[in-house]
Design a protein around this ligand. Structure first.
Ligand code: SF4
Ligand code: FE
Length: 485
């Protein structure tokens, strides 16, 4: 098959019997649920753009496994050019959706598991890599969306997985059988979980021998027996349930999604197991996935940033202040910050290197610098957008008031900005800024910028390890003429 259309993707989700809960109730038809559907539309865009000849180069690639042209979201990166195109693709998707489009977690998991399984096999003579390649062929041929799932609930952060009071706080193997393994536990904050055909699980931290039952990687269909998903709530999400509330949502078409994915004695056949107790490889898999996802943020967040900067510029125009020097300067600052993030995404890609397995890994130090900047700059960009938007962004009446026979005229009269602009357009752009800084999309643009792909401290640890401080001291000694002790 090779490529699904956006519509085929949406229809394919209907065939899944995924167990989803939202607002305390089981959702039988999650595809058409108004709170969930915008996040499905975002993933659907990854299919739609791949069909557009204008974006062929960015959105598609030739598989190293089959020689067929495939969606880049299913690709194993073969060069630094592939890594750069990945970032460009993510920026494009961010621009088209103004939200998290979710499919990158799978792509980043594919590439981390591809190289790690190769190295496990080298050491132990296992067959994980071949198995994983077979799995990838299946994913590529069917053009599936896969949820790369890493983050365990973690319980007491001061205790290792095996020392937790409740053993399920890290996902683990509870039984090894002739035909496969049985696992219990959970993955939390899983981006796009409900919208994915399958869940591709990885461990969440480096492990020691005592934790080996927790060193596990595997794939299962999202509707496998024993999996329950509980949908994460987002700020202002119930606006999507309001009739005719499109303007108040700010971005009614697209959104992101996170869920808690609980596993209760889920069976995984051996063909889908890619790491089983080789605990010393857990940390390597984690580090590689995190590196790729920190690169990813140099793409997606800049794309979403482009939309926010555009919205701020429009808001200024609609207020009639677009020529004010301080407004121009604020917009320049926003662009400067946004392009700095993009520079980091491109730089860690351009400096990527081949792994032993042949796929390409980003430069880890630069990817961590990229993500560290992402923990800061979107906050400043959002602050400047709110500054330009003005307080009306959070005090304006609802769409229903603007359309009310009693008070609609008052709203339209007193919230009019520039006489050249329809008052409703002015309100729409303010709602979009609200959506991206405080509403449903703020999950992806703000808090996810901070904690997604690892919280700031995780990057600082990596920068400390890889920044080459001893080398730098030697340089200073040399220049200053200080002898070695
Ligand atoms: Fe992709 Fe960005 Fe969403 Fe991660 S946060 S899945 S990189 S869009
Ligand atoms: Fe993310």
């Amino acid at each position: 098959m090779g490529f699904m259309t956006a519509q085929e993707y949406i229809e394919s989700l209907r065939k899944l019997k995924t167990v989803v809960y939202l607002f305390g109730e089981r959702v039988e038809n999650f595809v058409d649920h108004p709170v969930i559907r915008p996040s499905i539309n975002s993933v659907a865009m990854t299919y739609a753009l791949a069909q557009n000849p204008e974006y062929q180069e960015i959105m598609t690639a030739v598989s190293n496994l089959t020689g067929e042209r495939i969606n880049r979201f299913c690709h194993i990166h073969q060069s630094t050019e592939d890594l750069i195109n990945k970032v460009k693709m993510q920026r494009l998707l961010g621009e088209k959706t103004g939200a998290c489009f979710q499919r990158c977690v799978g792509m980043d998991a594919f590439n981390a598991i591809y190289s790690t399984t190769f190295e496990i096999d080298q050491k132990y003579g296992t067959v994980y890599h071949q198995r994983f390649c077979d799995y990838m062929k299946y994913v590529q041929e069917k053009d599936l969306t896969i949820d790369g799932a890493m983050t365990d609930p973690k319980g007491d952060r001061g205790l290792s997985p095996s020392r937790q009071e409740d053993p399920d706080l890290y996902l683990h193997i509870v039984e090894k059988r002739q035909d496969g393994i049985v696992v219990t536990g959970a993955k939390a904050h899983q981006t796009g979980a409900v919208n994915s055909h399958e869940q591709l699980i990885m461990p969440t931290i480096a492990m020691r021998e005592a934790d080996k039952a927790y060193a596990v990687s595997f794939a299962v269909p999202s509707d496998a027996k024993g999996i329950t998903m509980i949908y994460g709530r987002q700020s202002c999400d119930t606006r999507k349930l309001e009739e005719g509330g499109c303007m108040d949502c700010g971005n009614c078409k697209f959104g992101g999604q996170e869920a808690l994915v609980a596993f209760d004695r889920v069976f995984v056949p051996w063909e889908r197991v890619f790491l089983c107790e080789e605990y010393e490889f857990a940390g390597i898999m984690v580090e590689r996935f995190a590196g790729y996802h920190r690169q990813s943020y140099g793409g997606c967040k800049t794309g979403v940033g482009d939309v926010l900067i555009g919205a701020a510029a429009l808001a200024a125009e609609f207020n009639g202040v677009e020529k004010a020097a301080h407004i121009k300067d604020k917009l320049i600052e926003m662009m400067h910050l946004n392009e700095t993030l993009y520079c980091c995404g491109i730089a860690c890609s351009a400096e990527g290197k081949a792994t032993e397995s042949g796929n390409y890994q980003i430069d880890n130090l630069l990817a961590n610098v990229c993500k560290q900047n992402v923990t800061r700059f979107p906050y400043e960009i959002a602050r400047l957008a709110e500054d330009i938007a003005g307080g009306l962004m959070v005090t304006m009446p609802s769409e229903k008031d603007f359309n009310s026979p009693e008070v609609g005229a008052l709203c339209r009269k007193y919230f009019k900005g520039s006489s050249k602009v329809d008052v409703m357009d002015r309100m729409k752009v303010l709602r979009l800024i609200e959506n991206m800084t405080l509403g449903t999309a703020a999950v992806g643009y703000r808090t996810e910028s901070l904690h997604g792909a690892g919280s700031p401290q995780a990057q600082r640890i990596m920068i400390g390890r890889q920044g080459g401080l001893d080398e730098k001291k030697k340089l200073a000694r040399n220049i200053a003429g200080i002898m070695d002790i």
